[in-house]
Design a protein around this ligand. Structure first.
Ligand SMILES: Cc1ncc(COP(=O)(O)O)c(C=O)c1O
Length: 396
C-alpha cells in the first residue's frame, strides 16, 4: 500500500484555470482573486470582512495586535489559550509582547474546557483565544458567556476547523476577530497563507494596514499599488499616503496566485468537506470494535466536525503510543502526535515544568495521535488502515 499521509492538497482544473488567469493578468501582488477570496471566505463564516495574509500565525498575530491597539492593552495583558494546541496559537501572544495563560482542555473534545477558564482570570486578563482543535468547534456558547461576564475579547483560532459549526453556528461566529491557516494539509489550502475574518470594519482596516508595514491608507488604490483606481486623499498632505506608515507593521502580505488557489478551493469546499466527513465516518465504523483501547473523535448532533485530521486517544495501558505509531508507520500509515505544547523544549525553558498543572492536556499529549481522513483517501486505503490497526491490537 502506498503511504497514507495525514494531509493532502488536491489541485484540479479549476485551480489551474484561476492561477493561469492570475498569471495572464500579469498581476502577482494581491488583486481581484485575493479580494474575492477574502469576501467569500468571510461571508461563508458569517462575517463581513476578510484580510488574507501569508500564514495562520500572521493572521493570529495581527488579530491580537489590532485588539491591543483598539483596546489600549499594555504589556501586562494576559490572554487565555488552551494547554493543548499547535505552538503558534500561544507563540503569537508572545510575539505581541503579551503573556499567554494556559487553560486545561476537555478529555473528550480536546478543546479548551470552559469549566477551567474562570480560575485563570485575573485583573490582567484581556481576551480568550479558543482553538477549535482538529476540526471540532469548542464549546463557544459557554466560552462567550464567560467572556461577556468578565468583559473579555475573543479571538478564535479556526486554523484546523474551516467551515465547522456548533449547534448550526459556524466557527468565527463568536470571535471579535477569527483567524485561519491555509497552509498545506489544512482542509482548504493555498500552499502557504492565512486569513482573518471579522464583522468590524475598523478592525479589518487596521489588519490590512498591519500586513503592509503599517501603511496609513488602506483604500484599494493604495493597498493595490498598480490599481487603476485613484486614492483621492493620496497626495492631499505633504507625505504621499501610500508611503506614510502610522503604526508598527509587518510584511505579511500574500500574492494573487494564492488568492486564485484559495478561490478555487473555496468553490470546491462542499465537495472536499463532504468527502472528509464521509471518510471520518467510515474510519469510525472500522475502528469502533477497538473502543476498549482507543477513544475515537466525537461528532454528530450538535457538532459539525470538519476533520482536518482524525484524532485518536489511547485509553488502555496494554500498549504505548510509541509502539502503535511505530507499527502504523512501518505499515505506511502516517501519524502525528496530538499537539504537545507545554513539554516543548522552548516552553519548558521559559515556564519550567508546568505540565502537571494541566493533567488532561498532559495525558492527551502523551497518549494521543492522529491519522489522515482527507479527501484524497478512498475505501481501499481506509479499509487498509482498519486492518492495520486491528492487526496491531490483535498481536499485542
Ligand atoms: C491550531 C493552529 N493554529 C495556528 C497554526 C499556524 O498556521 P501557519 O502554519 O499557517 O502559520 C496552525 C498550523 O497548522 C494550527 O494548527
Amino acid at each position: 500500500m502506498k503511504k497514507i499521509g495525514v494531509g493532502f492538497a488536491s489541485v484540479t482544473m479549476l485551480e489551474k484555470q484561476y492561477v493561469n488567469e492570475a498569471l495572464d493578468n500579469s498581476r502577482l501582488s494581491a488583486s481581484t482573486f485575493v479580494r474575492k477570496f477574502e469576501q467569500s471566505f468571510a461571508r461563508k463564516h458569517g462575517n463581513e470582512y476578510g484580510v488574507m495574509c501569508n500564514s495562520g500565525t500572521s493572521a493570529l498575530h495581527i488579530a491580537i495586535e489590532t485588539l491591543k491597539e483598539t483596546e489600549g492593552w499594555d504589556s501586562s495583558a494576559e490572554i487565555l489559550v488552551p494547554a493543548l494546541t499547535f505552538i503558534s496559537s500561544a507563540n503569537v501572544v508572545l510575539h505581541a509582547g503579551l503573556s499567554p495563560v494556559f487553560v486545561d482542555v476537555d478529555s473528550k473534545t480536546y478543546n479548551m474546557d470552559p469549566r477551567m477558564i474562570e480560575k485563570h482570570i485575573t485583573g490582567r486578563t484581556k481576551a480568550i483565544l479558543p482553538v477549535h482543535n482538529f476540526g471540532l468547534p469548542c464549546e463557544m456558547d459557554s466560552i462567550a458567556q464567560i467572556a461577556g461576564a468578565y468583559g473579555l475579547r475573543i479571538i478564535e483560532d479556526c486554523s484546523d476547523s474551516h467551515f465547522a459549526a456548533l449547534r448550526g453556528r459556524t466557527v468565527a461566529g463568536w470571535g471579535d476577530i477569527s483567524a485561519f491557516s491555509l497552509y498545506v494539509a489544512h482542509t482548504i489550502t493555498t500552499g502557504v497563507g492565512g486569513i482573518t475574518v471579522t464583522a468590524n470594519k475598523r478592525y479589518s482596516e487596521i489588519m490590512r494596514s498591519l500586513i503592509a508595514h503599517g501603511r496609513s491608507c488602506t483604500c484599494e488604490a493604495c493597498v493595490a499599488a498598480n490599481s487603476e483606481q485613484v486614492c483621492r486623499k493620496r497626495l492631499d498632505s505633504d507625505m504621499d499616503r501610500r508611503f506614510c506608515f502610522e503604526r508598527m507593521g509587518y510584511s505579511y502580505r500574500i500574492g494573487e496566485i494564492e488568492g486564485a488557489l484559495g478561490l478555487a478551493q473555496l468553490e470546491r469546499s462542499d465537495e472536499i468537506m463532504s468527502r472528509r466527513r464521509s471518510n471520518a465516518s467510515r474510519l469510525t465504523q472500522l475502528l469502533s470494535p477497538f473502543q476498549d483501547d482507543l477513544q475515537l473523535p466525537i461528532y454528530g448532533g450538535e457538532y459539525d466536525h470538519t476533520f482536518m485530521m482524525y484524532p485518536i486517544m489511547i485509553t488502555s495501558e496494554r500498549f504505548t503510543r510509541k509502539s502503535i505509531t511505530e507499527f502504523l508507520e512501518r505499515h505506511n500509515v502516517e501519524t502525528r502526535p496530538l499537539f504537545p505544547l507545554l513539554n516543548q523544549p522552548i516552553y519548558k525553558k521559559m515556564y519550567g515544568n508546568i505540565e502537571d498543572n494541566y493533567p488532561v492536556a498532559k495525558k492527551i499529549s502523551r497518549n494521543g495521535f492522529y491519522i489522515g481522513c482527507h479527501h484524497g483517501l478512498g475505501e481501499e486505503e481506509l479499509a487498509y488502515v482498519g486492518r492495520v490497526v486491528g492487526g496491531y491490537l490483535s498481536g499485542i
